[in-house]
Design a binder for this molecule. Structure first.
Ligand SMILES: [Zn+2]
Length: 528
């Protein structure tokens, strides 16, 4: 009779497969689930009495941006309190490696917090970055994608260049280097500098590399507004021609002219799945998005990264052109602009603007919205963050409900109290259970759990996590179904979620009786 390190007794097991709940004991030895069954006669170092609690696999956040956050706050409080045990970083085309002379400044200027607290980024290659990430003691597991934008800027800088054949070969070799050292795939962010300057054939060539290594291609597509379908078709072309698993990141239809687009996008995805292609998506359960303020501006003003942006915003003629563009076309993706729906979530230089809309700040300052935008971006060195209330609840529900859509927070590890971040950073996973399972009843609990566990695990290629099975890693979220909920709101975003009673990462307690143990059993996960 084996002696268990941990026994979880009498819990309601929701195993991550989507199968109905069942009542069983769980025995953990070391970092592994050793037994699922009746363990009434067995002893263990630690016993959890889980009567009335749900025992699920730890949640896997397939779309996360804790690249630098995990170094700044390795206890990852705002994620473990959501029941998350693994985050996938390197999304939206942006990873912290590879770095060269061409992009080090660009990346470091985007990582002011990291640089302020920990000094300059101490790596260059993806391998070295993963070494650092592996050595970091952290409370949850981290898996990494390599960002297409970072790879592109490492070779071409941040201008609107097209790679020569040789430069494309260089980009390919950087992607190979990342995959051979454990990256799970590549992401792209086709509204951001420099991904916005790339063309489809470049992406296809890089996707073919992913195919050789079984890596996933996760993409923040070129347009999430009125041109959503065109952007989706481009992503599908890259996936198909590259012969690679395709993940559409944070599926949405942004801006009222685009509303209703999610169900059309989903029926296209369904059609490709019917034909046998590996296509799926993820979503965060909120009707507002969050990004950098600069990402709402036309791409010509963002050429050359932050330096280029700031110099153009300081130039009278460029500012006039920007004013005309925004008046005529609005935010490029949405083809209209309602500056009352764009609220400041991060600013270093203008704390008085935090939480206020661009419209409100403009009234306060007595200037027009374009001048407000320019001033914020110049003073914050391009890093002003915003929350944009641009989606319809119906579109969000459609995505949350759909069986091909996983849950991904699109957030990052946050220090409590800093800025007015999107509540998704604190509440995405509990919110799906509280709102869509318990209140709206549009999802069953096993289906919601599947979207947070086995669905993203399979997509990324994590084959020993995401299910409760003997032999799988003991990442476990044990929560009170009636209590679990998000507490973070747009007004009070730094509120931890409640209801997760115990959380095990690699067999060790990170939350015990509702409290963070400060343990750091998280690992760097590698694809190889
Ligand atoms: Zn994105």
């Amino acid at each position: 009779m084996p002696v268990y390190d941990v026994i979880i007794r009498n819990g309601v097991v929701v195993d991550g497969s989507g199968a109905p709940p069942f009542k069983r004991d769980l025995g953990v030895i070391g970092d592994t689930i050793a037994k699922v069954g009746d363990l009434s006669g067995c002893a263990a170092e630690e016993v959890i009495h889980a009567e009335g609690l749900v025992v699920a696999p730890g949640f896997i956040d397939i779309h996360n941006h804790s690249d630098s956050g995990i170094f700044i706050l390795p206890t990852a409080d705002n994620y473990v309190t959501q029941g998350v045990t693994t985050v996938v970083v390197g999304n939206c085309g942006y990873s912290l490696a590879p770095l060269t002379d061409k992009n080090r400044e660009f990346v470091e200027l985007s990582e002011v917090e990291f640089v302020k607290e920990l000094g300059r980024l101490p790596w260059a290659s993806f391998r070295d970055y993963l070494e650092y990430l592996g050595r970091l003691e952290k409370s949850l597991n981290v898996a990494a994608l390599v960002g297409h934008g970072t790879v592109r800027s490492a070779v071409l800088g941040t201008g609107s260049l097209k790679p020569t054949e040789r430069e494309l070969e260089e980009m390919k070799s950087l992607v190979v280097e990342a995959l051979e050292n454990g990256a799970f795939g590549m992401s792209s962010g086709l509204i951001y500098v420099p991904g916005v300057f790339s063309e489809t054939p470049e992406l296809i060539e890089l996707a073919k590399i992913l195919s050789r290594y079984g890596g996933v291609y996760a993409t923040h597509i070129r347009n999430e507004g009125v041109e959503l379908m065109d952007a989706l078709i481009e992503a599908l072309e890259v996936g198909l021609k590259g012969n690679v698993g395709l993940e559409i990141s944070h599926l949405k239809a942004a801006g009222t002219p685009a509303w209703g687009g999610v169900s059309r996008a989903l029926s296209i995805i369904e059609e490709y799945v019917r034909r046998g292609y590996d296509v799926s998506a993820d979503v965060y359960p909120y009707a507002a998005s969050s990004t950098g303020l600069e990402a709402l501006l036309p791409s010509w003003i963002r050429e050359g990264g932050l330096e280029g942006l700031i110099s153009k915003l300081s130039d009278v003629e460029a500012l006039e052109r920007l004013k005309k563009d925004l008046a005529r076309y609005g935010i490029p993706e949405e083809r209209h602009a309602d500056w009352d729906k764009v609220r400041v979530s991060y600013t270093e230089k203008h704390p008085e603007a935090l939480g206020k809309s661009i419209e409100e700040i403009s009234r306060l300052w007595g200037v027009d919205p374009v001048q407000t935008i320019a001033k914020m971006l110049i003073d914050d060195r391009g890093l002003t963050g915003v929350v944009v209330h641009s989606m319809s609840e119906d579109d969000v529900s459609e995505a949350v409900e759909h069986p091909l859509v996983a849950i991904g927070s699109d957030g990052s590890v946050r220090k409590p109290g800093e800025g007015a971040p999107h509540p998704r950073n604190y509440g995405s996973f509990p919110r799906v259970i509280a709102k869509y399972v318990r209140e709206l009843k549009i999802l069953s609990l096993p289906e919601a759990i599947r979207k947070m566990t086995s669905l993203p695990a399979r997509k990324i290629g994590l084959f020993d996590r995401g299910l409760i099975r003997p032999g799988f890693k003991a990442d476990l979220t044990i929560f009170n179904y009636y209590m679990i909920r998000d507490k973070a709101t747009y007004e009070n975003p730094h509120e931890y979620s409640i209801g997760v009673e115990h959380l095990l990462v690699n067999g060790k307690f990170v939350i015990r009786d509702g409290k963070h143990t400060q343990a750091k059993p998280g690992r760097l996960l590698r694809s190889v």
